[in-house]
Design a protein around this ligand. Sequence first.
Ligand code: DGI
Ligand code: FE
Ligand code: FE
Length: 188
Amino acid sequence: MMNMDQIREDLKTKLSAERFEHTVSVMYTAAALAMCYHGDVRKALLAGLLHDCTKYMSREEHITFCERADVPLTEIERQNKHLLHSKTGAVAAELTYGVTDIDILNAIRYHTTGRGEMSLLEKIIFTADYIEPTRRGLKGMDEVRSLAFSDLDQCICQISRNTLDYLHAIKAPVDQRTQDTYDYYSVK
Ligand code: DGI
Ligand code: FE
Ligand code: FE
């Protein structure tokens, strides 16, 4: 596996300056959440660093990358770059950067949609991506940020409700996993 410094240098050349700043911000926010919930801080840093590692790819590149790695795509994923980058991110984390830890790979794979019954690390990356301090302008952000450090499951419920509201407002197709996240965490 490449070490964290090597991965960081590599990503600096691949991602835009803003995306790189977001990446570093997610990394440290994830570390803070891991400290709060007694998770593995090193894994949180690594998953945060890699979560958007393929965000520079075009839709066609994502699709080619998945075909080469034999990763099947659903029709809705094929149509949507947001859904593609988390899938290819997990593949690149494994094949390009040499990550073998399945929990880290899943945290990257499900960071955009979430899923029901997430591991602590999956919850941390899903949440850190949304609340990191350089991200602005989302509904009820102050409350969501505070909730992240007091009730992580409730926070995930709020985030996924906001995402569903947003997707309905722009009439974008909802992935089953995005719906599952809300369904699971809203009754928890
Ligand atoms: O990569 P980031 O911008 O840091 O954040 P992200 O990976 O959470 O992606 C956020 C985008 O993904 C946001 O514009 C909403 C979109 N998204 C999340 N779930 C779904 C979705 N888009 C569609 N079409 N369907 C979903 O279920
Ligand atoms: Fe992302
Ligand atoms: Fe992100």
